[in-house]
Design a protein around this ligand. Structure first.
Ligand code: PHE
Length: 497
């Protein structure tokens, strides 16, 4: 048999002593708190050692008027008492009651039942009844505090007393309560016989360990399968857990994490990435502009080179976009629309011959929020720089990343970005939805992007949304669900889905 907890043993013993009981009774008999008894009862029940029967019972307890009557007697009894004391004039009698209403109710009742009659403003006692059914009920409640409907229905006197008192406001309150009857099962009785009198260690303390007492006594075994209430400890948000996982993967692949500001001058968000100043992505409908403008956002030389590249290609071998580049446009501030603004700044600052860096961060797009679009979301972004890197390496890198996230089926196909050539889109097969889903955009940065900053080696670059991956992981089909903080989802979502 499973080992018994100390609380269980005490409850079993209490039950043996008092026979059947409810939770309160067990608490009194075992000297345990109600809560401890509840827990033990739950465990014992699960083990089949006790039986718990619950039923509903109608009960009566005294109301405020009832309590008064208990102390002073019923108003009609008080009336009779006054008469016997010689007070008989109506107005004199009235002054002995709380109010007119109490008095006339008492008088009315006494007359109807033939105990008194009124002659010329004076009340005469006709006959004095002995114990009334109502008084019997009060008497019982004085002793027991509570009357159960089933004991009432078996007793005529109580029954009519209760009916009578219920018809008067505030004398009795009628309530339905749940009652519990706990009894030992045969298994429970057998268990009781086996409960060893030998003292067991219930809770290990440092003293017990240090003093070595534990060697001489038995330590209670723990039932690791016993039911227990769920505990909702603080935990990381599922999106954060996923970001941590993405970080782990890139770090394990030899990448280093970088970070950068959420607000960027257009220069780093667009111009440095060879995105023409009239590109649709730059429009207010797509991008959040911020008041003010950037100063000292890049060195003179870089600005000049970017400007020349846009105009005529500068020394990059390109013909450029063929327009007059305006610096005012480049100074404008935006909430970054992609994390590529972070990797290009890294390239411009460090001009690395070799590098492997990534960043995970929030980006902002002025779009309508729907089940698949948020205004604020996360991107995963990275670059690899090295003299012999090719498109194959880029595909290999991304495939490895997806594979480590558990996504095996990956495809690449050509697409267009202003800053990469060739450019590709990666899609992965999402089993549960049975369809291909677009993830990262990628490519090799154009010379128009890298040469103005003095970066000569090929730069493999990629970037894409994070939330889609989280949605696949948690089998969610509305992105908004990730950020509505629905507690049941946050608490219930597995740590390792
Ligand atoms: N910045 C692109 C996007 O937001 C992704 C991308 C990053 C594409 C780097 C190519 C190279 O979708």
């Amino acid at each position: 048999m499973q080992p018994l907890h100390l609380l269980e043993k005490r409850v079993l013993k209490a039950l043996e002593k008092i026979g059947e009981a409810d939770i309160e009774g067990l608490s009194r008999a075992s000297n345990l708190t109600i809560d401890q008894v509840r827990r033990a009862v739950e465990w014992l029940q699960a083990k089949g050692l006790i039986k718990v029967n619950t039923s509903q019972k109608t009960t009566f307890t005294l109301g405020s008027k009832g309590l008064e009557a208990l102390k002073e007697g019923l108003p009609e009894r008080r009336l009779l008492r006054s008469l016997k004391e010689g007070v008989r004039a109506l107005n004199q009698l009235k002054s002995r009651f709380r109010d007119e209403q109490e008095f006339s109710a008492a008088l009315g009742r006494a007359r109807r039942r033939g105990w008194v009659k009124i002659v010329d403003e004076v009340v005469e006692l006709v006959n004095e009844p002995s114990g009334l059914p109502e008084e019997e009920v009060l008497e019982r409640l004085a002793q027991a505090n509570i009357l159960y409907e089933d004991e009432v229905s078996k007793d005529d006197l109580l029954y009519s007393g209760v009916r009578e008192l219920l018809s008067r406001p505030d004398y009795l309150s009628k309530r339905v309560v749940k009652t519990t009857k706990i009894t030992l099962t045969d298994l429970g009785k057998a268990a009781l016989e086996k409960i060893s009198e030998e003292e067991e260690i219930d809770t290990l303390t440092p003293e017990i360990i240090v003093s070595g007492i534990w060697r001489q006594k038995r330590i209670r075994a723990i039932d690791v399968e016993a039911p227990a209430p769920p505990i909702y400890a603080g935990r990381k948000h599922p999106v954060q857990l996923f970001i941590d996982e993405v970080r782990e993967i890139f770090i394990s692949m030899g990448f280093e994490e970088i970070e950068g500001p959420l607000i960027q001058p257009c220069f780093w968000n667009f111009d440095a990435l060879f995105t023409p100043q009239d590109h649709p992505a730059r429009e207010m409908q797509d991008t959040f502009y911020i008041k003010g403008e950037a100063t000292n956002y890049a060195d003179e030389e870089s600005i000049k080179r970017v400007s020349a590249t846009h105009r005529d290609g500068w020394k990059t071998g390109s013909r450029g976009w063929g327009y007059e580049w305006r610096e005012e446009e480049a100074r404008r501030l935006v909430l970054r629309t992609h994390t590529t603004s972070i990797t290009i700044r890294y390239l411009a600052d460090r001009k690395p011959k070799e590098a492997r860096v990534f960043t995970v961060g929030r980006v902002f797009r002025n779009e309508k929020v729907t089940f698949k679009n948020l205004v604020e979301f996360h991107q995963i972004e990275g670059i690899a720089v090295g003299s012999r890197l090719t498109l194959r390496d880029l595909m290999g890198l991304l495939s490895t990343f997806y594979k480590r996230l558990g996504l095996e089926k990956v495809k690449f196909w050509p697409t267009y970005f202003p800053y990469t050539e060739p450019s590709m889109q990666s899609v992965v097969y999402y089993d549960r939805a049975g369809k291909w889903i677009e993830l990262c955009g990628m490519g090799i940065f154009r010379p128009e992007v890298t040469l103005p900053f003095g970066v000569k080696n090929p730069v493999l670059a990629w970037g894409g949304g994070l939330e889609r991956l989280v949605m696949m992981r948690y089998n969610i089909d509305d992105v908004r669900e990730l950020y509505t903080n629905r507690l049941s989802w946050l608490r219930g979502s597995p740590i390792c889905p």
